[in-house]
Write a protein of this length. Structure first.
Length: 393
């Protein structure tokens, strides 16, 4: 199996020469990466070898993981050749899921509920934007708020999950990116977490991003995979993290659900009111009301998938998609444009967040009845070979 796993890693590195974003992190043998750079394989060869390798794998959990990852390699290699998959076919081929289709009426129902909660003049999207602005963290307070949120997330995570003693992260603030935040995992349980300051950051995002990018999200996930599988078992397939693969669905799904697990509703509200609002210089008097609005806004989460599907499949123009996002997600035109830039860059990757979160939540809650058990089930997901189909069991 080790030889087959090595072939998978090398094929991934070769694909990375054609698809620069494919390899999100790699901390395996440096000579494998140098070989891929100096003697790159053609896309046709990558596809053929990946398909042949799939026929050699058995049905053990480790082999099933590699088989699924190879399917993602084949799909992305074909895309690099110029093949354009329909949105749903692409998400199935790469992430092994298809996002549900929701009619406009589904989102319109939530919009109607939000209407009386957002007083003022102008369109509802403009009123929501003005409402959110009350909760924006001032630029000179952003770092303080994030570090407080991360400290709380670290404490809660370490209470339930044993982490490597040497794990650490570095926090940076950047601009001109299509994402709101990113975890650049660097191996040896070390991460660089970057926060994009292009758009205003509201106080709730401090907790969300701290948990998602850090604890118990991407940083913890990568550190546990490296510790338990890459180092502990010597499984070289876990020395590489492909961005576009079924691994991403588990990664984003656990990171999204990890926010709720780390800080359940009442605990999060209390932390925001008592700690983050004062640190950001904001009045917490409307904290509970803002949380109710945000909970309703959560019902619009799948709208991005539906917008992306229609736009990338060519059924809506860019401007029509911006207008749709403004109407059905209450985004400002600027935020809608940023979302479209993300769709254009990463295509069906957008399904990994909400579909992944729902699949992880359903899985954890089916297998655990209280908080302690949920953390145990969650930790197991972060440190064992997983594919999306496992979440349905």
């Amino acid at each position: 199996m080790n030889a087959l796993a090595e072939q998978y890693v090398k094929l991934s590195l070769h694909l990375g020469q054609h698809d620069p974003l494919f390899v999100d992190a790699y901390y395996g043998p440096a000579e494998w990466q140098e070989q891929a750079k100096s003697s790159p394989k053609s896309l046709e060869a990558i596809i053929g070898e990946a398909q042949e390798l799939q026929t050699k794998l058995d049905q053990t959990p480790r082999a099933i993981f590699i088989h699924r990852q190879l399917g993602s390699i084949v799909a992305r290699a074909k895309m690099a050749q110029g093949h354009v998959f329909p949105f749903d076919e692409e998400s199935k081929a790469i992430y092994d899921v298809v996002a549900p289709h929701r009619p406009d009426s589904f989102y319109a129902d939530t919009i109607r509920q939000l209407e009386p909660m957002l007083p003022g003049s102008g369109t509802l999207a403009e009123r929501y934007d003005a409402y959110r602005n009350q909760f924006v963290i001032p630029a000179d307070k952003v770092d303080d708020a994030f570090r407080l949120a991360i400290e709380r997330a670290i404490a809660k995570t370490k209470h339930h999950i044993e982490l490597p003693s040497h794990e650490s992260f570095r926090l940076e603030y950047v601009r001109n990116e299509v994402w709101s935040a990113y975890n650049w995992y660097q191996g040896n349980a070390v991460s660089l977490i970057q926060i994009n300051l292009d758009l205003p950051i509201t106080v709730d995002r401090a907790v969300g991003l701290a948990c998602h990018e850090g604890y118990p999200g991407h940083h913890v996930y990568n550190a546990l995979l490296e510790t338990h599988l890459a180092r502990g078992k010597g499984w070289v397939e876990y020395t590489l993290c492909p961005l576009y693969s079924s691994l991403a669905l588990i990664s984003e799904g656990t990171a999204e659900y990890g926010v709720e697990l780390c800080m359940p509703h009442d605990e999060r509200l209390a932390f925001e009111k008592d700690v983050l609002y004062p640190a950001a210089g904001l009045d917490p008097v409307k904290a509970e009301e803002f949380r109710r609005v945000l909970n309703l806004m959560g019902n619009l989460g799948y709208a991005g998938n539906d917008a992306g599907r229609e736009y990338l499949d060519g059924r809506r123009s860019k401007q029509e998609t911006i207008d749709w996002l403004v109407e059905y997600t209450l985004s400002s035109p600027q935020r809608a444009e940023q979302r479209i830039r993300f769709m254009e860059a990463h295509r069906s990757y957008i399904v990994t967040y909400n579909v992944g979160e729902d699949m992880v939540r359903d899985y954890v809650h089916r297998h655990a009845s209280n908080e302690v058990e949920r953390w145990k089930v969650f930790a197991n997901l972060l440190s064992t070979p997983q594919v999306p189909s496992n979440l349905l069991i």
